[in-house]
Each structure stands twice: as C-alpha cells, then as structure tokens.
Design a protein around this ligand. Structure first.
Ligand code: XMP
Length: 606
C-alpha cells in the first residue's frame, strides 16, 4: 500500500463508518473490512480497529469470526463489542450487564501513550449492554468510567496489553461527544501503530464530478429535491457535473412540510440558477390519503417513501423523462440506520431507503453522490460549492417531514396492565426530587446499536434544569422499558394523563406546523438557532388534566453527525415564550421539553 493504512472491521455497529471517517481526518487511509475477509489481507495494515456491534458477545452472538486475527503482528484496538472480544480472547470475562448510555467520565489509571495529551478525567460516550467483568493475565485496566451526573463506577472502560499490543475501549472515541476522541484515535494511529499521516482528502468535488459523469454517461438525472441541506448540495454538485440541461429537479409538496416551506424551497432553487428544469407537484392529498389510519412508525415511513417514488415516476412519465436516473441526497446515516450494511440493525427506515428504492439501486437506476458523507461534511462541501452559508447550516429536516413528528396511537394498545409508577421510578423520584411517571405511548430509540420502541418518562415538579437532567440520566440508565425522558413545563405535576387514538390528519398537521413555526421563530429571536443543531417539535396524542388532545414536545439538541446527540438547554425566558404562545393554541393540552440523549433516544421520535 502506498500510504500507511488502518483496517476497520465492521461488525455492524452504528459507528463503524464513522471510525473510518475520523481516521481519514487524521490523514491516514482507512478501509472498512468485513470479519470474513481473508486474514492474510490484514497483514498489510499498520493497525486494525474492531468496531461495535448490535450483537451481544455475552450470549455468544457473532462468535464465528476467524480468531487468528489475534495472531497477527499488527496492533489492534477494539471499540465496544471489539473491546469485549479482545478481553475475552485473552482470558477475560464478558457479562450481560453494567449497561451505560450517553455521557460518562473516563478516569485514567496511569499515563499511557494511548492517552497522551489528555487530562486524568475525560468526558466519553457510552452505549452498551455487555461489559468486561474480568481481565486475562497480560492485561491491565487503563481506566474506569462513571456515568455523568453521579452514576455508578464501571471497571475496565479502557484496557490494554503493551506486550500483545492489544487495546480496548468500552466507550466510543469516534463520536463527537467523546470530547478528546480525535486525540485518542490519533494516539492509537501515531503512538501505537506508528502510522505516517500521508493521505490527504482528495478533492472530493473533482472526484465526485468525475464519478457522476461516468455513471450518468450521456443520460441525465431527475433529482428529488426537498430543499433540505442534502438535496440542495446534491443538486448543486450534479448540476456542476452535468450542466443545467441534464438535471431535472422535482420538488414534491407532500403535505408534511413546514409552514410555507415549499414556496421558500422553489425560490431558493431559482436563485441558485437551477430553474430551467425545476418542477413542482402538490401531492399532499395523495400522501395524506395513503397515511390514513396508519399508526406504526415503520409503516408510516414505508408509505411516505413509496409515495415519493410513485409521484416521482408519474411525473417522469408526464414529462417524458422516465429513462433518467433517480437522484437523491442520501447521506451515510440514512443507510446505516436503515440497516443498510450487512450486520447493522434497522433503527428506522429512512424515506430514501424503502424497499422500492433499494430495488432501483440494485438495478443501477439511482445516483447518490453524498452517500459516503455525514452532515458536517455535506455542509463543508456545500460551502465549497458556493452555496449560501445560511442554507448549508440550516437545521436538518427529515425527508418524511412532519409525518414522523406527529405521533399516532390507537389510544388503547399500551393501557392494559400498564404501570405508570414502577418501583424503580418511585425510588428515583424520591432520590432526585422530581416527580416521574411512565407515559402510555411509545417512540423509537437506539440502544447499543439496536432499535427500541419503548415508553417515555415524564418528569415534573419545580426542580432546576440540572435536577431534571440528573433525573433523566438516572431514569434512562436504571429503568428498563424506557428510552426517553421529557420534562413537563408547568409548576404542578399533571393530575391525569390519558393516551388518545390519533392518526395523520390535515388538522393535526396544521397544528404541528403552527407550533413548529413558534419554536423556530423563538430560537431565531433568542439568537439560538445557530447554536442548536436541530430542534424538532413533536405532537403526541395525549390529554392532560382533561384539556386538549395534543402534548407538544420540543426537542432541542446538540450534535454534529446525527449519530449521537445531547439535549440542549433552553433559557427560561424562551421556555416562557413557548408557554405563552403554544399553550393557548386550540387542541394543545400541555408542553414538554425532551431531555434525552441519543442513544438511548433517537433525534426524531419515530
Ligand atoms: P434519528 O431520528 O434517526 O435522526 O436520530 C438522525 C437525523 O436524520 C434525520 N432523519 C431523516 N432524514 N430521511 C431524512 O432525510 C429520513 O427518513 C430521516 N429520519 C430521520 C433526523 O431529522 C436527524 O437529523
């Protein structure tokens, strides 16, 4: 190999691709490899990183890979599942237990080249069910962890054997919430594996322009352009490669857009000089018709994705351009969260990854020039292409739009013998000084690389932000069957909470559009829009104290690549604005703020 390179063995963890991206950012070539690749192939690498996995090593899952990888004279770093496998191979023990989600403190045992330049205590990011209970003879504990906000001590958060040159981290250095994760990875690359930083990021634009021209040949592209950051950057890039004559843009109003969004989007594409083949279809009626009566989130996602394709195909026929390639602004997280790599679990099916589109991809009918990138790279690319900074740094908005922010429910499914006050929750309420109850609805989340569909807990009372955050952290790590924590804005805990039946209707969408508009305006007026990565507003069909039908939930988060997220604190004055503007809206029964990190929640509720 011309450059020193690292092999990242992908066991299906949500972050395997992110590890490779982070290695490349250190100017070291990284390749994603599969556990079944021939062992000799790995000898050419300066180092190997074994990724996390949705599998549980404690239950013998994913145990069939070739262990002779550990006989190679190449340094190996294991992350999460990889860490546990290293511990076990060298005589240690893995147990099902010691789970941690989100932020934790890593306490280092002693100075070590892996931790060069770090403090004795570092903020790291955790997401695991299994843990390393005991180490083999040649290994030492290099650090233990304590879950942020005063959690328990967890041993073996970092382990190593200098004799074997094998190291393991229970935490994820590749995610942005591990504050000095880049430094830790750099230390493995340069201090342990001895890599030279000779690989530079090729001119991505030039590479992609050439790749687009080759794939499209003399044909042209019909791009689904929602107007979000990804489709706008994809449009600009494909336009640059093919010229405006061979690029058709289709903006579909699916009835799930934000207030006045479609008009703004069309104006923006015109301003970018892409008006020549710019098409618009108002398909709101078709989308709402297809979603009628549907409750299950994955079903809603599938219907929305399929309807996009049907409307697109009909429009292509009408315009006489049905032989064009379908263009999409798909980015990497869309693929991985849809279970798009061999072992990854399906967290949620992104609208651009429904089976109908997968079939078109297999038939070579789709072009997705951003599919290797994360949001932050797409934004950098957009700026490089000369797209306005304001557009590049807009909050992300999901393809299925407000359709997945309007929770639907039968109103009965979860009532049965549902217990809103389990013992574990009562104990946390007393310990943290906040009221807590489980809500009888469910939302989607991700725990240790696996999808969850579980209940939120509603915290209430007069506590401080810090008290609520500490309460949320305790609930999410200690109570099973729960994947979210929200706090109720109001001085009194709710007396009566009742789940109602609801599906996607125009009336509910209009209400959500109004609440979302108030939230967006509030963030902009408070000067917070740019400091918060994304702030979905969700409507949940839930009656509180006999008033209204909808609980409005605001979800402000900090993130960079959407693979992880932390709840962002809103100033009291802004919450007051939300209270005075949102609570009087007809149909609203209450307001809550989501405090959940990702994992165990996802950013969107469905
Ligand atoms: P989650 O909810 O999975 O979201 O944590 C991660 C990021 O992706 C966005 N998102 C989508 N974007 N099509 C998209 O284009 C989708 O189907 C989709 N689902 C989620 C979400 O808003 C967040 O920024």
């Amino acid at each position: 190999m011309k450059h020193d390179a690292i092999a990242v063995i992908d066991f299906g963890g949500q972050y395997a691709h992110l590890i490779a991206t982070k290695v490349r950012r250190q100017n070291v070539l990284a390749k994603i490899c599969q556990p079944e690749d021939p062992i000799e192939q790995f000898e050419a690498y300066k180092g190997i990183i074994i990724s996390g996995s949705p599998a549980l090593g404690s239950r013998g899952e994913e145990s069939a890979y070739d262990k002779s990888i550990f006989s190679l004279d190449v340094p190996i770093l294991g992350i999460c599942f990889g860490h546990q496998e290293i511990a076990r191979h060298y005589g240690g023990d893995i147990v099902y237990g010691g789970r941690e989600w989100g932020r934790a403190e890593l306490h280092l045992a002693r100075p070590h080249p892996l931790f060069k330049g770090l403090e004795k205590v570092e903020q790291v990011w955790m997401s695991h069910f299994d843990s390393v209970a005991a180490l083999g003879p040649d290994f030492e504990e290099l650090g233990f962890s304590i879950q942020s906000n005063g959690g328990k001590r967890h041993g073996n958060a970092a382990i190593g054997s200098d004799k074997h040159r094998r190291y393991g981290f229970q935490f994820h250095p590749e995610v942005d919430d591990t504050v000095h994760g880049d430094q830790i990875l750099a230390n493995f690359l340069f201090e342990i594996a001895g890599c030279r930083p000779t690989w530079t990021m090729h001119q991505y634009v030039d590479e992609q322009v050439a790749a687009i021209r080759q794939k499209v040949g003399p044909g042209s592209v019909f791009l689904l352009a929602s107007g979000g950051v990804d489709s706008t950057v994809a449009a600009k890039l494909i336009g640059q490669a093919l010229g405006p004559d061979r690029l058709h843009l289709l903006h579909i109003d699916n009835g799930l857009m934000r207030k006045d969004e479609s008009k703004t989007v069309m104006d923006r594409f015109r301003a970018m000089g892409l008006e020549k083949n710019l098409h618009f279809v108002d398909a709101s009626e078709i989308f709402l018709d297809n979603l009628k009566g549907i409750v299950e989130p994955e079903k809603k996602r599938e219907i929305i994705g399929n309807t996009f394709v049907h409307v697109f195909q009909k429009e292509a026929v009408r315009l006489g351009i049905e032989d064009h390639l379908l263009g999409q602004g798909t980015i990497y997280p869309d693929t991985i969260e849809t279970g798009g790599t061999k072992r990854a679990d399906t967290i949620k099916t992104h609208h651009n990854r429904v089976p109908l589109i997968e079939k078109m991809i297999a038939a070579g009918k789709v072009i997705e020039p951003l599919s290797d990138l994360y949001k932050v790279e797409v934004r950098e690319l957009g700026e490089q292409l000369g797209i306005d900074r304001d557009v590049c740094w807009r909050h992300p908005f999901p393809g299925p739009g407000l359709g997945i922010r309007l929770l639907c429910a039968t109103g009965q499914a979860d009532m049965g013998d549902f217990n809103p006050f389990p013992a574990a929750l009562r104990e946390i309420s007393a310990r943290c000084g906040v009221q807590a109850q489980v809500l009888p609805i469910r939302s989607v989340g991700v725990k240790a690389d696996v999808r969850s569909y579980e209940h939120p807990v509603l915290l209430s009372g007069t506590g401080t932000w810090q008290q609520f955050v500490a309460g949320a952290s305790a609930v999410l790590s200690e109570v099973s069957g729960v994947n979210r924590c929200i706090y109720y804005v109001g001085s009194e805990p709710p007396k009566e909470v009742r789940a109602l039946g609801a599906t996607v209707t125009e009336e509910r969408l209009d209400l959500l559009r109004e609440v979302d508009f108030i939230v967006m305006q509030g963030l902009k007026t408070a000067g917070l829009y740019d400091r918060i990565w994304q702030c979905p507003t969700v409507l949940v069909p839930m009656e509180i104290n006999g008033t209204g039908r909808e609980l409005a939930i605001v979800r402000p988060i900090h993130s960079e690549r959407a693979m992880t997220a932390a709840a962002a604190e809103l100033p009291k004055s802004l919450i007051k604005v939300f209270q005075t503007q949102i609570l009087p809206l007809p149909g609203i029964s209450g307001l809550a703020i989501d405090l959940t990190s990702k994992p165990p929640g996802t950013i969107e509720w469905e």
